[in-house]
Design a protein around this ligand. Sequence first.
Ligand SMILES: *[C@@H]1O[C@H](CO)[C@@H](O)[C@H](O)[C@H]1NC(C)=O
Ligand SMILES: *[C@@H]1O[C@H](CO)[C@@H](O)[C@H](O)[C@H]1NC(C)=O
Ligand SMILES: *[C@@H]1O[C@H](CO)[C@@H](O)[C@H](O)[C@H]1NC(C)=O
Ligand SMILES: *[C@@H]1O[C@H](CO)[C@@H](O)[C@H](O)[C@H]1NC(C)=O
Length: 327
Amino acid sequence: MRMSRICRMVFATCLGSFVLVIFYFQSLFNPGESPSFTPQRECSDLSGAATLHQARRDQVVDACRTYSASSRKRRVLTPGDLKHLVVDEDHELIYCYVPKVACTNWKRVMMVLTSRGKYTDPMKIPSNEAHIPSNLKTLNQYSISEINHRLKNYLKFLFVREPFERLVSAYRNKFTLKYNSSFHKRFGTRIIRRYRKNATQDALVNGDDVKFKEFIEYLVDPATQKDGPLNEHWQTVYQLCHPCHIHYDMVGKYETLEDDSNYLLELVGVGNFLRFPSYAKSTRTTDIMTAQFFSNISSQQQIQVYQLYKMDFHMFNYSIPSYLRLD
Ligand SMILES: *[C@@H]1O[C@H](CO)[C@@H](O)[C@H](O)[C@H]1NC(C)=O
Ligand SMILES: *[C@@H]1O[C@H](CO)[C@@H](O)[C@H](O)[C@H]1NC(C)=O
Ligand SMILES: *[C@@H]1O[C@H](CO)[C@@H](O)[C@H](O)[C@H]1NC(C)=O
Ligand SMILES: *[C@@H]1O[C@H](CO)[C@@H](O)[C@H](O)[C@H]1NC(C)=O
């Protein structure tokens, strides 16, 4: 923990010394007896990760600069903007959670980290408990000076995912499953009323058979923007985590979830006893699946929905999907 505290103070340069210290201890206490011990690789892996994460941070800064140069909008953050930033005071850590990007498992890990020993295994925490708001503290619950102190000194991170894969994942989870009707009632009925001609009475009342096409119509409709912020499951990372205002120390990716997560746990200094839960969900939304969903969307609406998520594509270095027809 001591080491990670030093890391936070001089994050840019400390990764090198972090690597060096680990290398030093290992070569001191583990003189190469173990066949799996390969100090050379340990070392280059970690510094490789540091280089990768620096490049990701640079990419965010570049995208923000491009955006601010082309936009007149200037705004200051208010505490209400910080509802997604989960705080761990014991490890001086802030996690901005993005729904549909392994956020249940990351909330479980944050519960282990903040529980002072009550929990040790993230997977022993039921998923619904991880989503009970009072189980984790968020940054908006602090005073302005406490917020500023934490933003300045804590290690801040988030996890992102290819924006359209995340979108299809949200659609499938909230509109095609029967187990929870709250999204059907809140959004489904409205979407069907607005975008389905000749809807049956059943569909109008239950809102439980929204088509992906209708969901996209809803998203790109200017009326939707006027209604207020999008629901967090399909809101952009840009709007949820404010990466142009808050300088995240680590941008993790769903595509490299385990590596990035465990790298972060190493940085925090808890890597020895806490690993990120590995999981292979068979129902996971893939890029092939995403392409299939988008094949039904008109080229004009593909352009509009791309515009909506463009910042997320740009900031987090996702290329324009090859299945889009943007001409
Ligand atoms: C961006 O993506 C390209 C292509 O996948 C890759 O070569 C490059 O290293 C990435 N850059 C960053 C900053 O991640
Ligand atoms: C359904 O989802 C809503 C919103 O996510 C949640 O508040 C509610 O508790 C859920 N209901 C059930 C039965 O899981
Ligand atoms: C809606 O119903 C009317 C009358 O039955 C019919 O003429 C029309 O073609 C239907 N529209 C659609 C989009 O199905
Ligand atoms: C695409 O549209 C067709 C016809 O409306 C429908 O049968 C099919 O299920 C849709 N596919 C997807 C992936 O939404």
